[in-house]
Design a protein around this ligand. Structure first.
Ligand SMILES: [Zn+2]
Length: 336
């Protein structure tokens, strides 16, 4: 791991980072070849322009007013799964048509969200450095590595993975919450390392909102999970769950709830490998909704999980990820 400051006025306490980076031991392998660049707010927005996210209160209203379309709020998974069967009955509906959560939330008022961290995989590194050098043509490629205390020449062709972090922005958001910015830096780093671990960007369309909900909520839950049971637990919970983040990030609350029962890494690994349906089955286990599902379907006790799983297993991956995103959003709103 190397950390370079490109143009930020402030940098985190490197001794603190070195001491506590081991809380993210799960990322050890990725960290070995990871270069981390600290940038100011303006450059962060050049690297990753602000995203449009649905305003939380509007999204809440929209989800509730579409409850009949999506599912009832009390037991979303039971009804959502039951809807799979309802769809079957509707001869006019093609097998894999569904109410897309992106369409529902697309009608919401939007807020701009300026990110504090950004993970860049191999395919995007070149473009990013081009835009950085365009932004600051006098930038010296011989940079000081804060971790190893030496100068290192940045050869953009050799950088395979990079994380960009805006510490100025982290200081602002953590100070509001009375959280130590060094801890907040590590939280942000672990969030980005989860993106790097899953490396799902090459497989999925991040700009499709249902994918973003799943991806960001998993990263938030993972960054919290790294600190669970440590002296930073309370601060991290505040920074992850109470800060003014958009909906897709806030959904980490529900994932963290699930992670009390199911090992989070097993959910993350399934998303990494695109096994969305298996995640749905995990959620089913977590929610223990078999009775409700039987009631909804007006089936006796012999209507078992195999039937439900079989039905979902036959659906497209898009159908499964949409259902998963809906469940995550609905359950999150129950918890907010
Ligand atoms: Zn993220």
């Amino acid at each position: 791991m190397r950390i370079f400051n490109i143009n930020s006025q402030v940098t985190p306490d490197i001794e603190f980072i070195k001491k506590y980076i081991s809380y993210g031991f799960i990322f050890n392998k990725i960290l070995k070849n990871m270069d981390i660049f600290i940038v100011n707010e303006e450059l962060m927005d050049v690297i990753n322009p602000p995203l449009e996210e649905p305003e939380i209160s509007c999204a809440d209203e929209m989800i509730k007013s579409n409850a009949n379309k999506i599912s009832a709020l009390r037991h979303p998974m039971a009804i959502a799964i039951a809807n799979v069967f309802e769809d079957e009955k509707d001869k006019n509906m093609k097998r894999d048509e569904f109410t897309d959560i992106s369409d529902i939330l697309g009608k919401c008022r939007k807020v701009k969200y300026n990110v504090s961290g950004f993970y860049a995989g191999y395919s995007t590194i070149d473009n990013i450095f081009n835009s950085i050098f365009k932004y600051n043509s006098s930038l010296d490629k011989n940079m000081y590595d804060l971790i190893n205390n030496n100068h290192s020449s940045i050869d953009t062709n050799k950088i395979k993975k990079a994380i960009f972090i805006c510490y100025e922005r982290i200081i602002k958001s953590s100070t509001d919450l009375k959280v130590d910015p060094n801890t907040a830096f590590l939280i942000t780093l672990f969030h980005e390392l989860t993106h790097a671990y899953m490396d799902s960007s090459k497989k999925l369309d991040y700009y499709n909102y249902r994918n973003r909900i799943i991806e960001e909520s998993l990263c938030e839950a993972m960054s919290y999970d790294c600190f669970k049971g440590t002296e930073f637990d309370g601060d991290v919970a505040k920074f992850v769950f109470e800060s003014d983040k958009p909906l897709s990030y806030k959904c980490g609350i529900y994932i963290s709830e699930i992670a009390k029962t199911i090992p989070l890494i097993s959910i993350v690994n399934r998303w990494k490998h695109g096994n969305v349906k298996e995640i749905l089955f995990y959620f089913y286990e977590f929610e223990k909704l078999s009775d409700d599902i039987c009631k909804v379907l007006k089936q006796g006790p012999f209507f078992n999980r195999t039937n439900i799983f079989y039905n979902i297993a036959n659906r497209s991956d898009d159908y499964a990820s949409n259902l998963l995103a809906m469940i995550i959003v609905e359950k999150t709103f129950e918890m907010l």
